[in-house]
Design a binder for this molecule. Structure first.
Ligand code: NDP
Length: 523
């Protein structure tokens, strides 16, 4: 198997390897690609993308990048710092006058080209995402990468239709609102949906005419690196997008504190969001924070039962439960509690945890050893708090090359109080709790009891109840009889400690532009 890497030693770019270039092996199937990634001794160096070029970090320091499926280091990430951020910001500032004056049509065409290139590279981006993050390749192919392409596609076309407001005051005056790009936008994203969330910020920012200094999570930098190559191919002018890799406390903190970055769009944990707000607020920066969640999934007895079970399987365990929108607290009306529990356990027993490249795996690895330990510690906490593990609860030890990977069984827990720590804190793993309820008032109290308010799921065939509950839930997004159905035009974001501001549709353009009202007196 080692022979797969022979002939590749001199290649510089990951994409050259993934693009199936000549050189000693045939990588035309997923299996062969994966074999290469898993067994190669070739230590790829990711590079920063600054001023249109792929460059090493100034201090030439690197961080190990682990493949969570094998627990082994497979590439090196720049350990950049404030000097690299300063260089990226200078490049962005220099590019801004021209980019902000480039017509919307031209900007749109470049973004469409990037979308097209992402689609053309679906397979290799999906494999790269899986290897970096641990998620099943099939999931990355179906969700992550298509959505990254859609983000560019959506904002490339949305910008052509974005119009500003006008307010006429009878015969006194007329107001119109100018909306200009802000300048250099700082975009910081997490590891759970790496390219999906990275592009969700970058696409509207540059479509609106801003230049960007972006940082992907240091835990999952690979697809952001591959994106920088696609941006070069698409003809994105130099300096419009700059990607600086490295730790949050160095690169993320430097972006947040940089005086020439007046706007920060951040997705990540609530604690990090609070730290960013602490630095950015006294500098009067515009901030958009998309933070953690502890979302309720409410199942009424009049629901479409099989549909509720089927979708709950996804909303509980998709991406190993590492989606901010997962419904980790499942509240079930008492009259169907036992029936739901039995059927749900039956279904969870059919889920396979395994090699992410294997199409039969439903769950892959969780993202890191630290994260695995955190999830397992919450399972222990649940036991201490009196919870009963109905299924799962353990690390999964796979064999062979996956023996050191970070795998956890899908886990269902019952018997916990709604306000215990397990039911209040974000676990962000394949762990859900079941809690019975009797009345709407009771379940609303449970659902709204956490510090979070990101999303909620409701299962009922009673239309008036659905509307009533949707109005009363403390959540930025409510799904009735479905989950993760996304229309990119809708406002996306959370209330309470789940965030500040909204992304999506024109909300994103409102954030990435500065409004100026012009008032003209008519007489
Ligand atoms: P973190 O908050 O740890 O990290 C998010 C990003 O911020 C990473 O790029 C991280 O870098 C960086 N960062 C860390 N410290 C700082 C700092 N001091 N200043 C600036 N940037 C910093 O979140 P995770 O990556 O662990 O992601 C999981 C969290 O994200 C969960 O809480 C989840 O709910 C939330 N999330 C929210 C979503 C939403 O839309 N509301 C969507 C998806 C996830 P590094 O990786 O190097 O530490």
């Amino acid at each position: 198997m080692i022979r797969f890497c022979q002939g590749f030693q001199n290649l510089q770019l990951t994409s050259e390897i993934l693009a199936n270039k000549e050189g000693g092996g045939n990588y035309r199937t997923i299996d062969n690609y994966t074999q290469f990634w898993l067994y190669s001794n070739y230590m790829q160096k990711i590079k920063n993308y600054i001023n249109g070029q792929l460059i090493e970090p100034i201090d030439k320091l690197y961080i190990d990048n682990y493949n969570p499926a094998t627990g082994k280091v497979y590439s090196l990430i720049p350990d950049s710092d404030e000097k690299d951020v300063a260089m990226a910001t200078e490049a962005a500032l220099a590019a801004f006058p021209q980019w902000s004056n480039t017509s919307k049509e031209v900007r749109s065409r470049i973004l469409l080209k990037i979308a097209e290139l992402i689609e053309q590279n679906l397979e290799r981006l999906a494999i790269a995402e899986s290897i970096d993050n641990g998620k099943p390749v099939a999931l990355a192919k179906m969700i992550d990468i298509p959505r990254a392409a859609s983000n560019f596609h959506f904002y490339a076309t949305a910008i052509l239709h974005y119009a500003s407001e006008s307010h006429a005051m009878e015969d006194t005056a007329i107001n119109y609102t100018l909306r200009s790009p802000v300048g250099v936008a700082g975009c910081i994203s997490p590891w759970n949906l790496p390219l999906y969330l990275f592009t969700w910020k970058i696409a509207p920012a540059i479509a609106a005419g801003n230049c960007v200094v972006a940082k992907p999570s240091e835990i999952t930098p690979m697809t952001a690196y591959l994106l920088s190559e696609l941006c070069m191919q698409a003809g994105l002018p130099k300096g419009v997008l700059n990607i600086v890799h490295g730790y949050g406390h160095k690169v993320g903190a430097a972006i947040t504190a940089h005086p020439n970055i007046p706007l920060i769009s951040f997705t990540g944990g609530t604690k990090t969001g609070a730290e960013i707000a602490r630095i950015a607020a006294p500098m009067f920066k515009k901030i958009s924070l998309e933070l953690g969640g502890k979302n309720p999934n409410i199942v009424f007895s009049d629901c479409d039962f099989e549909n509720a079970i089927k979708t709950t399987l996804h909303s509980s365990f998709a991406n190993q439960g590492q989606i901010c929108l997962c419904g980790s607290r499942i509240f079930i009306e008492k009259s169907i509690y036992e029936k739901f529990k039995i059927r749900f356990i039956e279904k969870v027993k059919t889920l396979k945890v395994g090699n992410p490249a294997d199409n039969s795996s439903n769950l892959g690895a969780v993202v890191s050893k630290e994260h695995m330990d955190k999830i397992l510690s919450y399972i222990n906490l649940a036991k201490e708090e009196g919870g009963e593990i109905l299924i799962g609860g353990n690390q999964v030890n796979l064999e062979g090359e996956f023996a050191l990977g970070y795998y956890i069984e899908p886990t269902i827990i019952e018997g916990l109080a709604y306000n215990c720590r397990t039911n209040q804190e974000e676990i962000f793993g394949p762990v859900v709790t079941l809690t019975p309820f009797e009345t709407e008032e009771e379940v609303l109290k449970y659902a709204n009891s956490t510090q979070y308010g990101l999303s909620a799921i409701v299962w009922t065939e009673n239309l008036t109840r659905a509307h009533r509950i949707a109005g009363l839930l403390h959540a930025g997004i409510v799904w009735i009889n479905c989950w993760l159905v996304r229309d990119l035009r809708t406002p996306f974001g959370g209330m309470k400690n789940s965030g500040v501001g909204r992304e999506g549709g024109f909300e994103a353009f409102n954030f990435f532009t500065e409004p100026k009202n012009v008032c003209i007196k008519l007489k």
